[in-house]
Design a protein around this ligand. Structure first.
Ligand code: HEC
Length: 122
């Protein structure tokens, strides 16, 4: 009995440890390539991105998938994009061959996505 409880306690600690690190600083990933204002870096500025038309930031040279974009960014689309931009660009354009210059970020965990969305809201 004592033994079982020790194992349960270790398992619990391990889970807390893992979720703690995987959520930490998902927005830091984005910051490698993006500013959270309207200025461009490797990628376009993400300030005010929610509700903004995709691929339209002044002065940024988008790849073909985004320069032809005709959707507005909402939270659902941003979640898909930060999980897998490669698949998302195909889905949003309806073109199986569409590509984006942004590599997939694998931020697929809803809690980590919430952190990024909070940062995007400013
Ligand atoms: C390795 C660099 C890199 C990282 C890391 C990165 N991005 Fe990007 N991102 C880009 C590039 C480059 C583009 C432009 C893509 C294109 O033109 O095809 C872009 C485009 C975007 C767009 C479309 C903007 C618009 O004006 O329509 C959004 C939204 C976005 N990124 C969000 C994110 C988020 C959120 C993260 C973090 C989870 C992230 N990006 C991480 C490079 C990156």
């Amino acid at each position: 009995m004592k033994h079982t409880m020790t194992i349960a306690a270790i398992a619990l600690l391990a889970t807390v440890g893992i979720t703690g690190t995987s959520h930490a600083g998902a927005e830091q990933k984005c910051a490698t390539c993006h500013n959270f204002d309207s200025s461009n870096k490797v990628g376009p500025g993400l300030g005010g991105i929610i509700g903004r038309p995709a691929g339209k930031l002044e002065g940024f040279k988008y790849g073909p998938g985004l320069s032809d974009a005709n959707w507005n960014w909402d939270e659902a689309k941003l979640r898909e994009w930060m999980c897998n931009s490669k698949d998302a660009v195909k889905k949003f354009t309806g073109d199986d061959k569409a590509k984006t210059k942004m590599p997939p970020q694998k931020v697929c965990d809803p809690a980590a996505q919430n952190e990024v969305l909070a940062k995007l809201k400013g």
